[in-house]
Design a protein around this ligand. Structure first.
Ligand SMILES: [Zn+2]
Length: 141
């Protein structure tokens, strides 16, 4: 089972002109910033460097679920989280940050796992077996 601390790292595309940020943006569930000229808040408020249009991304808590071993065996994509995107569109997800939590079928918990390479391996003491995650893929829909 793979779960995360509710942070995403992604490139962001402007909904107005289509410009994609060169730098990846971070969106964290616990981090809200005020939206200028509004009473609202969002997890990310970003102005397009090209056209100047401002957009926001807001995470919708509890809108997803964990990725399980069965999902992996079935080759299924699982929704980890939903986002309310206004004028910004996340395009290229990366598994960055030491934020992942992996629970093995034996119940061993590995915290703060870095999956930025898409691969991870360790030893499950409870099960007395090596355990690993590999070939991780993600997409925005
Ligand atoms: Zn733009």
């Amino acid at each position: 089972m793979v779960t995360f601390n509710l942070m995403i790292t992604a490139e962001v595309k402007c909904g107005n002109c289509g410009e994609v940020t060169e730098k990846e943006s971070y969106v964290m569930l616990g981090e809200l910033v005020p939206i200028p000229k509004s009473r609202g808040q969002a997890n990310l408020v970003q102005k397009c460097k090209f056209c100047g249009r401002e957009g926001t991304i807001t995470m919708i808590p509890k809108s997803g679920r964990y990725l399980t071993g069965d999902d992996c065996e079935a080759g299924k994509f699982v929704r980890l989280m939903s986002f309310d995107c206004r004028g910004l569109e996340p395009v290229d997800y990366s598994f960055g940050g030491d934020q992942w939590k992996i629970i093995t079928t034996a119940g061993t918990v590995f915290e703060n796992v870095d999956l930025s390479d898409g691969d991870w391996a360790d030893y499950d003491e409870k099960k007395k077996m090596p355990t690993s995650v590999g070939n991780l893929q993600a997409r925005f829909e």
